[in-house]
Design a protein around this ligand. Structure first.
Ligand code: GLU
Length: 586
């Protein structure tokens, strides 16, 4: 066991360890990081540290990131190492075949930069991509499984772009741990094996995917050592030649063949689509909340605009005085969310293709006027999009798209104060279910609206060639006086917006530490129905919320929030007990 690893364990062992799961004990034999994994399900106290911190959805990937920081690398380096490892150990959520958004605070320049590594529709895609011969939308999973749903992946290019701009550690060194782990094998986690078992039928539709996740026809079991030499080879090639190996040559041909060759539901991606992929720098979207600026990813994500709108609508109300268990707090949050989601549905999409009234949606007068709608005491009977100030005369029709949760979020801060907030995805769990060269291909194109118009009006988020599907991913950095005070984000489809907003409110207004803020029950309202997290205290709000006029729905709400608070005294980290993540720090 290396010196470095021992030190992390020491930091963690100060916390109660409530989880001695046998699943990961078998990993001791193969991986030093298994010892860290044993500490993974600490009793959900926050983790404290002084110098640096990582909060990542998987212990092995968290360790890879932590080692980079311990060896003098920066937050960007650590994020690249984490992503390379996540593609191996949490393949259902993110990887080379997917896309991601980066929100980055650079301590040297004091600026927030956002990079868009979102998947892109191929040139041959049309607005009818997800309509059948009768012009009706395909069933969701009929669209997802196969080549049709695959967008041009952005994650490899994003990793490289991040490194070119800000990286400090040599590029090959960041990929090396994942290469070694892929060759030696990693321990299949409970979550991965559970998802393979429950998703076996869909995973079996593509022989390559089936062979990997269901060797001999049986789902991989928790504790099994799974090797992925193909993935190691891809990373090795990337280590030697950069991300271009992914976008041209044999690998690009394999990707295109996998997509176009899936006969029952082929896609239209061509080699040029891969060759033309670009990471795009976008202006960060920042909205005020109390004494803070909440900064995140603008279009094609709806994340930052919607989070900022919800918080803006809530600004006049004293949520702190009302408290976390008061139904009135949730009426305000719920209806603020509904109003923001109405605007999201109508106006938000890839701003390179449709005009998005980004400024208008966050304009003080507009937000104030919408906020007045929350004045009553009952659930709003009707919620419609507003009319933000806009120089575009055409009005869009409301969007229609279904997003189901997978995805991963990681938050990292280094000893210089550089902060990384990344949400990374292949969309649905296991994406399109197509696999090539050891990685899964995304189904991100199903984040577009399947319909292209309604009553003759175009839908902003319709499929167009070269366009990026609207996202809900909300990698966020909350700033105070020009410095980051909270790094946060989550998977969860369009519920991401609710998870992130709740965590910000729980920390800022209700004074919870970051772990409590993450662990506190979810109550999410997007389109009217209030989703309350099953088996939690949220259930107690069911009767009062119903009395206010809401339809209430008890369900699992599997967020994957990973957050870091930056205080004058040090760092405080939290990881979501609903998934497998941990916090490491020193
Ligand atoms: N594809 C979704 C988005 O970009 C994320 C899916 C998820 O979080 O599970 O918004």
């Amino acid at each position: 066991m290396s010196h470095t690893i021992k030190k992390f364990i020491l930091a963690l062992s100060l916390l109660p360890i409530a989880w001695g799961a046998s699943a990961l004990q078998s990993a001791d034999e193969v991986a030093p990081e298994a010892a860290i994994a044993l500490a993974a399900k600490q009793d959900r106290n926050p983790v404290y540290s002084k110098d640096w911190m990582v909060a990542v959805a998987n212990p092995v990937a968290a360790t890879a990131a932590a080692n980079v920081l311990e060896n003098g690398g920066n937050a960007i380096d650590a994020a690249i190492a984490a992503q390379a490892m996540l593609g191996l150990v949490e393949p259902q959520s993110s990887g080379l075949g997917g896309g991601a958004f980066l929100v980055y605070f650079d301590a040297g320049t004091g600026t927030v930069t956002t990079l868009d590594g979102r998947e892109t529709a191929p040139t041959a895609a049309t607005s009818k991509l997800f309509l059948d011969a009768q012009g009706e939308p395909l069933k969701f999973f009929d669209a997802v499984i196969g080549g049709r749903s695959v967008g041009v992946p952005g994650t490899p290019a994003l990793m490289e772009e991040m490194h070119k701009r800000w990286g400090k550690t040599a590029w090959p060194d960041l990929l090396q741990p994942a290469i070694e782990r892929a060759r030696a094998g990693f321990t299949v986690s409970e979550r991965l094996s559970g998802l393979v078992t429950s998703g076996a039928e869909r995973l079996s539709k593509h022989p390559v995917t089936k062979d990997y996740f269901l060797p001999g026809g049986e789902p991989v079991q928790v504790g099994t050592i799974l090797r992925n030499p193909d993935y190691a080879d891809v990373l090795q090639a990337m280590a030697e030649e950069g991300a271009s190996v992914f976008y041209s040559g044999d690998l690009a041909s394999d990707i295109v063949e996998t997509i176009t060759g899936f006969e029952s539901n082929p896609g239209v991606m061509a080699l040029e689509d891969l060759a033309n992929y670009k990471v795009i720098e976008r202006d960060a979207v920042c909205g005020p909340y109390r004494i803070y600026q909440v900064c995140g990813m603008g279009p094609p994500s709806s994340g930052a605009l919607t989070v900022a709108q919800i918080l803006g609508l809530l600004e006049p109300y004293d949520l702190g005085a009302l408290g976390a268990s008061n139904p009135e707090s949730w009426r305000l949050i719920g209806d603020a969310s509904r109003l923001a989601f109405a605007d999201r549905g109508r106006y938000m999409a890839d701003s390179d293709f449709v005009k998005v009234p980004a400024r208008g949606l966050l304009k003080t007068d507009y937000v104030k006027a919408r906020s007045m709608l929350l004045k009553g005491t009952k659930a709003l009977e009707e919620v419609a999009p507003g009319e933000p100030e806009w120089d575009e005369t055409r009005f869009w029709a409301d969007d229609e798209s279904l997003e189901l949760p997978s995805t991963t979020h990681f938050s990292i801060i280094d000893r210089d104060g550089n902060a990384v907030s990344i949400t990374s995805t292949i969309e649905n769990g296991f994406g399109s279910r197509l696999m090539t060269n050891g990685f899964l291909l995304n189904n991100e194109l199903t984040d577009f609206s399947f319909r292209d118009q309604r009553d003759g009006k175009p839908i902003a988020n319709r499929v167009e060639p070269g366009k990026r599907p609207r996202s809900s991913m909300s990698p966020t950095i909350v700033m105070q006086d020009g410095k980051p005070v909270l790094i946060i984000g989550s998977p969860g489809g369009s519920r991401i917006i609710g998870y992130v907003t709740k965590t910000i409110i729980a920390h800022i207004d209700w004074g919870m530490d970051i772990q409590k803020a993450i662990s506190s029950p979810h109550l999410v309202n997007r389109f009217g129905t209030f989703d309350l997290e099953k088996g939690t205290d949220a259930e107690m709000l069911s009767v009062p919320l119903e009395a206010m006029g809401y339809e209430v729905n008890l369900r699992d709400l599997t967020s994957g929030l990973h957050g870091i608070v930056i205080n004058a005294g040090g760092l405080e980290g939290g990881a979501d007990h609903r998934r497998e993540g941990i916090v490491l720090g020193k």
